[in-house]
Design a protein around this ligand. Structure first.
Ligand code: CP
Length: 303
């Protein structure tokens, strides 16, 4: 049962719970104004920059009729005076019925869930997990492919620091996918995630050349090289433009293939791809509102 649960890592939700969120997201897409949470206050704590995640969560909260408190600039909070995350969370959990939190440190969301009296939804913790992004990605995959089973999924770019690909591969492992990981040596999928797939008997290949996998993919999941996670900016400059998808490269790809990207993009998808019917990333971002409505409504027990 999802009611009362925190969503810190995607494996906090079972396969059935993931499918339930996707089903509810479709319901909210068909009828997006459902003020089911008029008596609730939800905190939106963004210790790290965000456009889509914060605004789609706050849109979801507003469409559900709840009120939102919080901050998007940590420099305007008492964290700058030395207040700890623990004290901040204890206090905010006395104000709000649910906390949505993004934090630059891996593990911060799990730690917050251990201090909080109310459920925590992890809106991204460092390079670790971004589970609400995964649920909206899966809603997008289901909508574009009609199902989630036996899909060939190419993940391209920063597979080391890109938290969205870490959460997504874990959740898709319920549905017998084939993965093609395309990354430069410096940004390969971390061993812990490959071990996870090995233990589940999930097929994957590693490539350096994106062209080798384009013709096979049902889903092409592009990612940004995460500049903010590099300690050495010279290394970032060396790898930042390793993969750039141009419209001409989509010739010969499967008809059902769709391009996803959690956004923001920098250079990895040329703007000449945007008008190709296979480009799905802006619709994917819209799907975030319905999916986040489903997550909040389920955790607060009104759906
Ligand atoms: N996809 C995503 O997390 O985008 P933001 O960083 O803009 O929230």
């Amino acid at each position: 049962m999802i009611k009362g649960k925190s969503l810190v890592s995607i494996d906090d939700f079972s396969k059935e719970e993931i499918l339930r969120i996707i089903e509810l997201a479709a319901d909210f897409e068909a009828n997006p104004n459902q003020p089911l949470l008029r008596d609730k206050v939800i905190a939106s704590l963004f210790f790290e920059p965000s456009t889509r995640t914060r605004l789609s969560f706050e849109t979801a909260i507003n469409r559900l009729g709840a009120r939102v408190i919080g901050f998007s600039d940590v420099n305007a909070t008492s964290t700058t005076k030395g207040e700890t995350l623990k004290d901040t969370i204890i206090m905010v959990s006395n104000y709000a019925d649910l906390i949505v939190m993004r934090h630059p440190l891996e593990g911060a969301a799990r730690y917050a869930s251990e201090q909080s009296r109310v459920p925590i939804v992890n809106a991204g913790d460092g390079a670790n997990q971004h589970p609400s992004q995964t649920l909206l990605d899966m809603f997008s995959i289901k909508k574009t492919q009609g199902h989630l089973d036996n899909l060939e999924i190419a993940m391209v770019g920063d597979l080391k620091y890109g938290r969205t690909v870490h959460s997504l591969l874990m959740a898709m492992s319920y549905f017998n996918p084939k993965f093609y990981f395309v990354a430069p040596d410096e940004l390969k999928m971390p061993q812990e995630y490959k071990t996870f797939l090995d233990e589940k008997g999930i097929y994957y290949e590693e490539h350096r050349d994106m062209q080798e996998v384009l013709g096979k993919a049902d889903i092409l999941y592009m990612t940004r090289v995460q500049k903010e996670r590099f300690s050495d900016l010279i290394e970032y400059e060396r790898v930042k433009n390793t993969y750039v998808l141009h419209n001409a490269m989509l010739e010969g790809t499967k008809d059902n293939m769709r391009i996803l990207h959690p956004l923001p993009r920098v250079n990895e998808i040329s703007t000449d791809v945007d008008s190709n019917p296979k480009a799905y990333y802006f619709k994917q971002a819209e799907n975030g509102v319905y999916t986040r409505m489903a997550i909040i409504a389920s955790i607060l027990g009104v759906k």
